[in-house]
Structures are given as structure tokens and as C-alpha cells.
Design a protein around this ligand. Structure first.
Ligand code: ZN
Length: 198
């Protein structure tokens, strides 16, 4: 059986993980994941994703390129509605689940997403049960995490969010493309907007 494009992207993610201690410490990545047929589902941001190769690093470029190949066939998603975040945000943001219980590859107890935000967007405070690790593939963004100082992260840098630890993200003059990993309580993809009440 030949490896499909989603599996090739997974191979690139595994290579990145092996060279990124924060990623390899977060979870082990199985060598083989079964493909699952998901219908392509397009959104406007699919045409923006992966177009900024110059903003990747030597370590992340192969993942960005492998992910970009997937964009026409990916099942793109957005968490929000135009009423919640506005038309501009909805047109320049989106993600898809590469691997997970609902992903293009079946990873029963984790999720791995590719996600994109265009320049000048604020992804407001939210939290979820799953423990999460972001790794920036290209561009940069300010990562806001409850209880920590804001950090601007670029390619290869990571942000960790504990279960229900609130976080937010702001892009300034550049877009950001990320790989997002979930472990732990991954059952629901629902996000709770706002910060956690004390
Ligand atoms: Zn999150």
C-alpha cells in the first residue's frame, strides 16, 4: 500500500518531533496511522495556508510544504460563527484535523491539527479539557497563556496549555501557521470562550 499525502505529512511531523524536544516529550507518535476518508471541505483560508514558506525555518519547512499539499483535499473547519468573530476573521482563519478520532488519519487517543491565522487577528481567550501543545511552523504570533507573560513565538517554538488553562493568540503584521497537538481528555473539540473563573 502506498503512503498517501496525509501519511506523508504525518511522516514529516514525526521527523520534526524527533528534532524538537518539547514535541517528542509531549507524546509519542505512532509510525503508522490508518487513513480515513473525509470529504474535502473548503474555506477561504485554505488558499492562504502554506503560502509563506519564507517565514518557515529549516526545521519546519518540510512540514509546512507537506501540509500545503493537503489543502485542496482537507476537511477544513472553523470553531466560530461570523456573529462571534466577524467576517474578516472567518475569511482568514481555519484548521483541519490531520490525525485523531475525526481526522484524515486515525489516531484514537490524540489529535493533531494544522491551523492558520492571517495577519492582524486576535483569537480570543478560550480553554478546553484537552492538554495542548502548539508549535509554530511559519510566521509568528503572540501567545497569551493564563498565568504567564505573553511571548512572541516563531518557527520551531512551542506553547503548552494545561487542561482548561485559558489561552489566546494575536497576530500582528505576519500570519502564523501552526501544528497543534492534543492529549488527555480529547473527546470534545468544543472550546469554552473566555478565561477560567478562579
Ligand atoms: Zn487551545
Amino acid at each position: 500500500m502506498t503512503r498517501d499525502a496525509f501519511q506523508s505529512a504525518w511522516d514529516a511531523v514525526r521527523v520534526l518531533s524527533s528534532g524538537t524536544p518539547a514535541l517528542s516529550a509531549f507524546t509519542e507518535m505512532p509510525e503508522m496511522l490508518e487513513s480515513r476518508h473525509l470529504p474535502a471541505q473548503d474555506i477561504p483560508a485554505s488558499r492562504l495556508f502554506g503560502t509563506d514558506e519564507a517565514a518557515a525555518s529549516a526545521g519546519t519547512l518540510s512540514v509546512l510544504q507537506a501540509a500545503k499539499v493537503l489543502t485542496p483535499s482537507a476537511h477544513w473547519l472553523r470553531h466560530y460563527t461570523e456573529d462571534q468573530v466577524g467576517a474578516d476573521f472567518m475569511a482568514r482563519y481555519g484548521f483541519f484535523e490531520l490525525a485523531g478520532p475525526d481526522g484524515h488519519l486515525d489516531w484514537p487517543d490524540h489529535r493533531a491539527f494544522f491551523a492558520y491565522w492571517g495577519p492582524g487577528l486576535h483569537y480570543d481567550w478560550h480553554h478546553h479539557a484537552a492538554e495542548e501543545l502548539y508549535i509554530v511552523l511559519s510566521g509568528e504570533a503572540e501567545f497569551h497563556v493564563d498565568g504567564l507573560p505573553t511571548r512572541t513565538l516563531g518557527p520551531g517554538e512551542t506553547s503548552h496549555h494545561a487542561s482548561h488553562q485559558s489561552h489566546a493568540l494575536t497576530t500582528r503584521d505576519r500570519s502564523v501557521t501552526t501544528l497543534v497537538l492534543w492529549r488527555g481528555e480529547i473527546g470534545a473539540k468544543d472550546l469554552t470562550m473566555g478565561s477560567v473563573a478562579a
